[in-house]
Design a protein around this ligand. Sequence first.
Ligand code: ATP
Length: 492
Amino acid sequence: MANEQYNFQELIAHCKEYGYIFQSSEIYDGLAAVYDYGQNGAQLKKNIRDYWWKSMTQLHDNIVGIDAAIFMHPTTWKASGHVDNFSDPMIDNKDSKKRYRVDHLIEGHADILKAQGPEGEKSAAVLIAEMEGLDAKGDFAGLRELIDRYKIVCPISKTGNWTDVRQFNLMFKTEFGAVSSDNPDDNIVYLRPETAQGIFVNFLNVQKTGRMKIPFGIAQTGKAFRNEIVARQFIFRMREFEQMEMQYFIRPGSQMEWYNYWKETRKQWHESLGIPADKLRFHNHIKLAHYADAALDIEFEFPFGWKELEGIHSRTDFDLGNHEKFSKKKIQYFDNDINPETGKPYGNYVPYVVETSVGLDRLVLTILSLSYAEEKWTKEDGSEDSRVVLRIPAKIAPTKLAVLPLTKKDGLPEIAEELVKECRAHFHCFYEEKDTIGKRYRRMDAIGTPFCVTIDHQTKDDGTVTIRHRDTMTQERVALKDVKDIILKAIA
Ligand code: ATP
């Protein structure tokens, strides 16, 4: 059976056709880089979120979850550095009037060079290294000179008629309440660009009420908003997206130990979700964010190349320390464990933090792009057959079981409905009696349902049913009374 190499556009079309992902406000021609999840997409996303939440909060004694508001006091974003630093260098093309993130523009050119063969690959590597060096120094004139030297042109106008490189803040602003004030800035709030700050400002609330002892973590999932300059590649880069973040509070000085621990633990977690190890790699940051003393990305090989899936950041005491400064409230932890070097308690300190931050939408895209397959094969009678299948791991598939009576009569629907009734409290089931059984199987393949059970006339005689496995298309006869347990075992 051959899995044909697929075109990314086909995956996008499939997501729409089978109720996974729609362009937002499509009837009004859409809103750029904003997407809606349909009935299957929302369930897949929820299953992945739940899997993350359970692995963080239920499987770790010392990690708890919270749900902070999206709106936060505006000083939060002063303290976090986002008002001053959360910006990307960007450049405009004067002919097409298009704006680009400088790193994306240069990376795009590097991809063109790479496609030209081994020599091109070498110059692409030099170009990227030069860009990273200039970016790390914040040398905008140097970045502009690099764009000129490599004769990088706008993909739309095809000209190199560029503006200077400038900074562009990515936070969305909005007005809060109806307070009238002489200073219009008094009413401004931001849509949070990351969920992490909701955890930092609640550090003491959680530590005290949960009687948490360092090291401990606070986890959170939720929406984040960034006014991305160039938002593309479907749900990979959106202006409204969802993050799953965990801040791990530790003793100062132990950060490298925990950084390495979480780096490995998170990679293993992705593998446990069914992502092959050879599709994941680490990428260490050269340019560190304003808050970090070490940072790396866990990258996945998307259909459009290796890209960031999750960030692991050693954030030092930057955030808690700054919130302490800006709020003028003490945010410290008293550690009464004995320091073996001094023989005395560690005492009061502002904890250090190691963060794990993964994009839920990027994980959905990861799973969909791994699962999607167009298959063709020759049947025993020599004829050709084909299907499109989503091989989503059973434990996160939106629907686990389709229950299909062979015909609409002879009491078969009643038996099928009984089975659905028995199973639906435990996992998502789907009942369907329309169309031939072959067509129904194909629809379930396209949606990614791992198991179909067919109720036929033999069921009435001997209490057995046919269970069909999506990935192998094999069918076997099992006892009707065992179906629920078979599925429960497969999705555990
Ligand atoms: P990128 O370099 O791709 O812009 P980032 O380094 O700014 O990402 P972080 O601030 O580390 O991203 O955010 C943590 C995670 O949130 C990322 O690894 C990614 O999975 C997700 N994420 C960030 N921005 C977006 C976005 N615009 N759309 C979807 N997911 C995003």
